[in-house]
Ligand binder design. Structure first.
Ligand code: ZN
Length: 327
């Protein structure tokens, strides 16, 4: 019998990250395929299917696949209900399409759960009993893993850390609520905060880059300026760190985590937020719980969700095998 492996598929708006993981959880191979969202999910999975045999190699068998995708996912049915990155893929039975093109059992979860599970098993969350992962990007995602299992809630909506209210009268969030964490530390919020500061004082390096050199304002550019000690840019991340710390203080009091990971694209600026984040946490959370938590930048980078999706597939297969009804 050939060695069994698990395939992880992280579907983003532009690219699909693929990861092949061995039975012991080791990463064996990786690849990237274009999403081409307007061509639809069937086309995307057909292209993934074409890539898989060369990625896996003839000496191994894929036992199951895991798909991670931004948006609302019906985990039990393997269905993507809606996704901000893939608006035309609404109500799509991704597990059925994947099964048809890959020929294996497939689980589907949201990308924040997949990334968190990857960090929990193979990244900075290894060995944690209570693990919280926050993903910072255009949206702010989250996931909570307790005793080895993703906390899903009744309908897999649990873990929406980006939509925790941290201020009752705060700015309007895309979800319709006011004062969500995402409305303070999402990529758009960081750019808005920088532009507001720049309009007040124009001596800034960041201002010169944006106005004179016509560079596009982005969290990455703001971070670059902050690393060159630009005061306005540093203030953006100081304030974002304090907001992040407010959310984390509540998470620490509620879940008593041993590790909190900060992952996602904007996590590259984590070191710029760390000081104000910790100051706020010390002010607001129980000292006993703060004393045992490690807060770290995620270790798997952009591969986290693909690796985590493969590991979720492995967990699902093990549980099916343990189920006397045969799953
Ligand atoms: Zn919100």
């Amino acid at each position: 019998m050939k060695p069994r492996v698990f395939l992880g598929i992280d579907i983003g708006g532009t690219n699909i990250e693929l990861a092949v993981v061995g039975i012991r959880g080791r990463l064996l191979a990786q690849d990237t395929v274009e999403t081409r969202p307007n061509d639809g999910p069937v086309n995307a999975f057909a292209r993934i299917g074409e890539r898989v045999s060369s990625l896996v190699g003839g000496s191994r068998d894929v036992e199951a696949a895991g798909v991670g995708c931004a948006g609302l996912v019906d985990f039990g049915r393997g269905k993507l209900l809606s996704s901000p990155n893939l608006p035309t893929w609404r109500n799509t039975a991704l597990s059925r399409i994947a099964r048809r093109h890959l020929g294996v059992y497939t689980v589907v979860d949201n990308d924040a759960n997949a990334a968190a599970f990857g960090e929990y098993k193979r990244g900075v969350g290894r060995g944690a009993r209570s693990f919280v992962c926050i993903t910072l990007g255009t949206g702010v995602g989250g996931s909570i893993i307790l005793d080895g299992r993703v906390l899903r809630g009744r309908k897999n909506y649990a873990g929406e850390i980006g939509h925790m209210t941290i201020s009752e009268r705060g700015p309007l969030c895309k979800c319709g609520n006011r004062g969500c964490l995402e409305a303070y530390v999402g990529a758009d919020a960081l750019v808005r905060s920088a532009m507001k500061k720049l309009r007040r004082g124009s001596g800034s390096l960041l201002w010169r880059w944006i106005r004179d050199q016509k560079r596009a304002a982005s969290p990455r550019l703001i971070a670059e300026a902050a690393k060159k000690r630009d005061a306005a840019a540093r203030a953006v991340f100081d304030e974002a760190g304090a907001h992040l710390g407010t959310a984390m203080a509540s998470l620490i009091n509620v879940f008593n985590p041993d590790v909190i990971a900060v992952a996602g694209r904007v996590a590259a600026a984590f070191s710029l937020m760390e000081r104000s984040m910790w100051d706020t946490i010390h002010e607001r959370a129980f000292a006993e719980a703060v004393g045992v938590v490690a807060i770290q930048r995620g270790g798997l980078g952009k591969s986290a969700a693909a690796i985590g999706a493969a590991l979720l597939a492995r967990q699902a297969v093990r549980e099916r095998a343990d189920d006397p009804r045969g799953g």
